[in-house]
Design a protein around this ligand. Structure first.
Ligand code: FPP
Ligand code: MG
Length: 309
């Protein structure tokens, strides 16, 4: 009795969401799953090349977002893990191809020599192709306790996201815009929403689909994702100017030397930072109705504008 009274007088401490710890823990869980996802088989070289880039580290934001939205909308980590791994396979393959001499010709990624620098252009192209194909196989064969029609919806969503309506389309316009000084904000927004935003949106939406979320929830979460997707790319462009090679794990300052269209080149650093913060506020507003359960999504949105790498 005395103890109960004592307890009721204790001030209620608001729980502070520990983002650093959450990201570290989720990254660990995802990396273990990624390590298990591809075993070395014959011919060893291609599996090694695929694993080299897939397991090279990185923020693992896409898988983390997929797991978070699946849990937020009533699903489990187990239901979403194969899709979470597939999203990272797709992201990794897009970076392997992006770094090729025929595209951005980059030597470093995630603090290590790029895939083609280690394995040659031919194997790097094939490692990307192998990861892309395996991502779809992995979702289709490894997803458990999810209705088959929802697995099919996720496969369709991923297909649309990587194709000409998504990453491929964004990359084409990005390459075509290099060296041009008359790129409009509209073109830039198309590049960013397709090249980067599409996969972040698919990460969030696929998690919700796997949990069989309502159309209303999917719509809100997709708005959240569109906002963080654009903010993410704006911050990427800012960091390309302000951060060091060591911080980024890749060559900084490449956008300027390749005369790439970016928000900082169009608007300057300050206006770009302001725009990114505005987008994150919009994203957070989209998940207001979920209360404390959406804390991971709010925290990831804040992390996107405060990150320094
Ligand atoms: C990095 O952008 C590149 C991307 C976000 C995606 C590139 C997309 C492709 C190569 C198409 C891939 C093909 C399929 C089938 C998905 P960046 O060059 O601005 O950033 P960086 O400085 O990190 O290289
Ligand atoms: Mg690049």
């Amino acid at each position: 009795m005395v103890q109960a009274n004592k307890k009721s007088k204790e001030p209620q401490q608001p729980t502070v969401f520990d983002l650093q710890n959450y990201l570290k823990q989720q990254k660990g869980v995802v990396e273990q799953a990624l390590d298990r996802s591809i075993a070395i088989a014959k011919p060893e070289k291609i599996y090694e090349a695929m694993r080299y880039s897939l397991l090279a580290g990185g923020k693992r934001l896409r898988p983390i977002l997929c797991l978070a939205t699946c849990q937020l909308t009533g699903g489990t980590v187990e239901m979403a893990m194969p899709t979470a791994c597939a999203l990272e396979m797709i992201h990794t393959m897009s970076l392997i191809h992006d770094d090729l001499p025929a595209m951005d010709n980059d030597d470093f990624r995630r603090g290590k020599p790029t895939n083609h620098k280690v394995y040659g252009d031919d194997i790097a192209i094939l490692a990307g192709d192998g990861l892309l194909a395996y991502a779809f196989e992995y979702v289709a064969t490894q997803t458990k306790n999810v209705a088959p029609e929802n697995i099919l919806r996720v496969v369709a969503c991923l297909g649309r996201t990587v194709g000409a309506a998504g990453l491929v389309g964004g990359q084409v316009l990005d390459l075509e815009s290099e060296g041009k000084s008359d790129i409009t904000a509209e073109t830039l927004s198309f590049i960013h929403t397709h090249k980067t935003g599409a996969l972040l949106e698919a990460s969030v939406v696929s998690g919700a689909i796997l949990a069989n979320a309502s159309a209303e929830d999917i719509d809100k979460l997709s708005q959240y994702a569109q906002n963080i997707g654009l903010a993410f790319q704006i911050i990427d462009d800012i960091l390309d100017i302000t951060a060091t090679d060591e911080q980024l794990g890749k060559t900084a300052g490449k956008d300027l030397s390749a005369q790439k269209a970016t928000y900082p080149s169009l608007w300057g650093l300050e206006k770009s930072r302001l725009k990114a913060r505005e987008l994150v506020d919009n994203a957070i507003a989209q998940v207001a109705d979920y209360g404390a359960a959406a804390e991971p999504l709010r925290a990831v949105a804040k992390y996107i504008v405060t990150r320094d790498r």
